[in-house]
Write a protein that binds this ligand. Structure first.
Ligand code: AP5
Ligand code: ZN
Length: 214
């Protein structure tokens, strides 16, 4: 199975991914997580992407297509993948379709995490993450047992540099201008399923499961 998760910052893509990934034995490929890891490790890719990400703009199509192409080849990904935050431009979608076609497969579903912009600032500014596992918390909606500490490992949580109200504005602008058209592109192929992403996390999970079993 190949699933694409499309939605604005804070719509719940990263929260739903680990649950669905385990249930369907899929590989979770999140371009944002991969880029943040590259920035932290100061790799040549990370050095190129850092400033653009901190401004809330999209990094170049070539960079992200390159990392996805590389990641899809891993043997652990043979059962399929969740593409979280990719493709995010129509050019990325065209490239992805080409890559999948070469492997004799295609995208099965694109989940559109539909949510009103007004809800996103509170979600984004209250987010805390455990970087190595990708676990996500929220001060109000999903608080950890101990403030600032991961429930499972006891390690410290961190906040993302781009999770400010100010940077969110640019991220939303990029979403509406560059990423929304990806939904139109896949609607024409009949693979888009809309999700009510404003519902509580558990209800959103049920909606994703319904789409996947249909
Ligand atoms: P990326 O990391 O993909 O960030 P994003 O798209 O802005 O999405 P987020 O991770 O902010 O949102 P999410 O939907 O995962 O929310 P979450 O589930 O954590 O990208 C970062 C940057 O990398 C980009 O700006 C760009 O520069 C670059 N980049 C990445 N991919 C790229 C690409 N393909 N092309 C070019 N550039 C690229 O939830 C948020 C919070 O809300 C959490 O605290 C969570 O606990 C809470 N929450 C979640 N669901 C619910 C719910 N249902 N109810 C209440 N609270 C909830
Ligand atoms: Zn995310």
């Amino acid at each position: 199975k190949v699933l694409g998760y499309n939605g604005p910052p804070g719509s719940g893509k990263g929260t739903q991914s680990p649950i669905i990934k385990d249930e369907y034995c899929l590989c979770h490929l999140a371009t944002g997580d991969m880029l943040r890891a590259a920035v932290a490790a100061k790799t040549p890719l990370g050095i190129k992407a850092k400033e653009t990400m901190e401004k809330g703009e999209l990094v170049s199509d070539d960079l992200v297509v390159g990392i996805i192409d590389e990641a899809m080849k891993k043997p652990s990904c043979q059962k399929g993948f969740i593409l979280d935050g990719f493709p995010r431009t129509v050019a990325q979608a065209e490239k992805l379709d080409e890559m999948l076609q070469k492997q004799g497969t295609k995208i099965d579903k694109v989940l559109d995490f539909a949510i009103d912009d007004s809800i996103l600032e509170e979600r984004i500014t209250g987010r805390w993450i455990h970087a190595s596992s990708g676990r996500t918390y929220h001060t109000k909606f999903a608080p950890p047992k101990v403030h600032g500490v991961d429930d499972v490992t006891g390690e410290p949580l961190m906040q993302r540099k781009d999770d400010t109200a100010e940077v969110l504005k640019s991220r939303l602008q990029a979403f509406h201008k560059q990423t929304k058209p990806v939904i139109d592109y896949y609607s024409k192929k009949g693979v888009v399923a809309m999700l009510p992403a404003e519902k509580p996390p558990k209800e959103v999970t049920v909606e994703v499961q319904k789409v996947l079993s249909s």
